[in-house]
Design a protein around this ligand. Structure first.
Ligand SMILES: C[S@@+](CC[C@H](N)C(=O)[O-])C[C@H]1O[C@@H](n2cnc3c(N)ncnc32)[C@H](O)[C@@H]1O
Length: 203
């Protein structure tokens, strides 16, 4: 199925390698029709993120504390809720996307936070999940995200649980973005675990 031109244009705009403030502004404007557009893209990230978290979690889901990073409108929370996860926190840089996420009623807490510019709020003893695309125009942003995650690991705040590369993440909007002519782009799911705070030494 061919993508409608309006969808292709909106997706291409945020995929177009614009700077961060402009990108977040585009997401603000996209929030109202984001879910409808990503359905046309056959976007699988929320399902894949939830499946990775369900695999990574040893504890009963209802007690698991999760931070949904760059939560958007809350599609990941919807998938997690279906799988029994209840203690969901979310952050996103776009107020428009956060407003939609808030309207789902699925998050215990939502905060505006620009990754790489502001510290990540960390529910104690929890996990975080984050997804991003691996198409050519997103590689710089992906490298920046990975640098942020590596920094959190170096500081001893979070520990890597899994990084899963996935093919057929969503439909490509152009031939140049498509993985080896498949018509789709690939993406990555990151799951990290919050490190316990070491007890203060006495004396
Ligand atoms: C493709 S959407 C994914 C949203 C959601 N995780 C999903 O799967 O539907 C990307 C989200 O990342 C947010 N975002 C992009 N760059 C960000 C940054 N540097 N800090 C925080 N949020 C960011 C956007 O506002 C947008 O909501």
């Amino acid at each position: 199925m061919r993508l409608p031109a309006a969808v292709r244009e909106r997706v291409a705009a945020v995929h177009g390698g614009v700077g961060l403030p402009e990108c977040l502004r585009l997401y603000d404007g996209w929030a109202a029709c984001y879910e409808q557009d990503v359905e046309a893209l056959e976007y699988r990230a929320p399902h894949l993120a939830a499946a990775s978290l369900a695999f990574a979690f040893p504890a009963p889901p209802a007690e698991a504390r999760l931070l949904d990073v760059a939560c958007g409108t809350g599609l990941v929370a919807r998938e997690l809720h279906r799988r029994g996860f209840r203690c969901l926190h979310g952050v996103d840089g776009s107020s428009g996307m956060l407003e939609r996420a808030r309207s789902t009623g699925l998050y215990q807490e939502l905060r505006q936070c620009v990754l790489g510019r502001e510290p990540l709020p960390a529910p104690a003893g929890g996990f975080l999940c984050l997804t991003t695309r691996s198409n050519p125009s997103n590689l710089r942003y992906k490298a920046e995200l990975e640098a942020v995650l590596e920094d959190l690991e170096r500081q001893g705040a979070w520990q890597k649980v899994l990084v899963q590369e996935v093919e057929r993440w969503e439909k490509a909007t152009s031939e140049e973005e498509s993985t080896q002519g498949t018509g789709y782009i690939s993406g990555v799911v990151y799951v990290y675990r919050k490190c316990p705070v070491p007890p203060l030494e006495e004396g």
